[in-house]
Ligand binder design. Structure first.
Ligand code: MN
Length: 377
């Protein structure tokens, strides 16, 4: 056999409660179900593509919220792909502690779980392949456990871990793995989990590992396209590529507000962005730029009017004062006197932090003197 077909995923966080997230409760409930839908889609893909190995690099489920029936549901899906060997390397959200569902439930025959936090090998003669892996079995791992690891088998070598790839010597409580360790590990593919953004890890221009990322993004910190990695790992070639599977995307966009506070132009810009990405996504718009004194943007109106699965709007606009005109008034007005004093101090200040404080003071002061609601800037 020239190579082995793998599907690499992880960070699914099945069972996750979105109660702690900033999303509205009903959106959280939908997303909770959609994590399961995406898991099903991954299983369907593994079946359709006849993958030999399904590699799950940790955080398959949330140990705090996952129940025995959830595990039954997971195993039911694994039973649908009996020809595929499923390898799991537990992570920090599903550690294989003694009372973990990894240890207390019966798992399908085709499932192999790396339950210990020291590297062990799963030899698969049929494919002339060895899968090396380790799993979280405690709440915190600060030791670089892969420090002395080196794949030594003939055939294809694959490594799995839920870890934090960091520059040599760095400190991390999430199983630190140094770039150099990966580069020198001798494996043909390193299937890693933990960093939800996902992506390839390079060392000296050479690919040394891949973070699969969360197949379904969990919050606004996980913008962009999400999916899994799928393809063939061989001794001399590695053709594993990204495949999008996420149902929805988190999108953050900045919009410059019209100075007059004209909501029609803001709506138009938002609608253009929503059209570009699709209504099924979750959007966070940041309204920016200066508005005329006295303008109060009605963000609640905008949120109600725009149609998409989820919209939130952050008002980061500031009052765009015409400072020259205010100072022109000079001592004849309190605003003029105040602005002149603050600008004088700004002129004599070179420290950027002090300048930022003075600038904020200037605009907050003008807002207050202008009778405008004083917003955090
Ligand atoms: Mn995770």
């Amino acid at each position: 056999m020239d190579g082995i077909k793998v599907l690499h995923t992880g960070d699914l966080h099945l069972g996750m409660s979105f109660a702690g997230s900033k999303l509205p409760a009903e959106v959280g409930r939908v997303r909770r179900q959609e994590l399961w839908e995406t898991f099903d889609r991954i299983i369907d893909t593994a079946k359709a593509e006849k993958v030999n190995l399904l590699l799950i690099a940790g955080d398959l489920f949330e140990y705090k919220y996952c129940t025995v029936s959830d595990i039954k549901r997971i195993n039911d899906r694994f039973a649908r792909i009996p020809e595929t060997k499923v390898c799991i390397a537990p992570g920090n959200h599903d550690p294989a502690l003694s009372d973990s569902l990894y240890n207390t439930c019966r798992w399908e025959q085709n499932v192999h779980i790396f339950r210990k936090s020291r590297v062990s090998a799963l030899r698969i003669e049929e494919y002339n392949t060895t899968v090396w892996g380790l799993g979280w079995d405690k709440d915190c791992i600060a030791d670089p456990l892969l420090e002395s690891f080196r794949a030594k088998d003939d055939g294809i070598n694959i490594l799995m871990a839920h870890c934090d790839v960091v520059p040599g010597g760095s400190v991390s409580n999430y199983l630190p793995v140094y770039h150099e360790q990966l580069a020198g590990s001798g494996v043909h593919y390193a299937a890693l989990g933990h960093i939800h953004k996902g992506g390839e890890i390079k060392q000296g221009g050479k690919k040394v590992g891949v973070y699969c990322g969360s197949p379904e993004p969990l919050d606004f910190g996980e913008v962009g396209t999400h999916g899994v990695y799928i393809g063939t790992v061989g001794r001399n070639n590695c053709g594993v590529n990204f495949l999008p599977v996420a149902k929805r995307e988190f999108v953050t966009e900045r919009i410059t507000a019209d100075p007059t506070g004209d909501t029609a132009t803001i709506l138009k810009s938002m609608e253009e962005r929503i059209k570009k990405y699709g209504q099924a996504n979750l959007f966070r718009f940041s309204l920016e730029g200066g508005t005329d004194p006295g303008v109060e943007l009605d963000t609640a109106y905008l949120e109600r009017t725009i149609e998409a699965f989820h919209i939130e709007i952050k008002n980061n606009t500031f009052t765009g004062y015409d400072l020259d005109a205010i100072i022109e008034e000079g001592q004849r007005s309190i605003m003029g006197a105040f602005a002149a004093r603050l600008l004088e101090q700004l002129d004599g200040e070179s420290d950027p932090e002090r300048r930022a404080v003075l600038e904020r003071a200037l605009y907050i002061g003008l807002d207050a003197l202008n009778g405008r609601k004083v917003m955090g800037r």
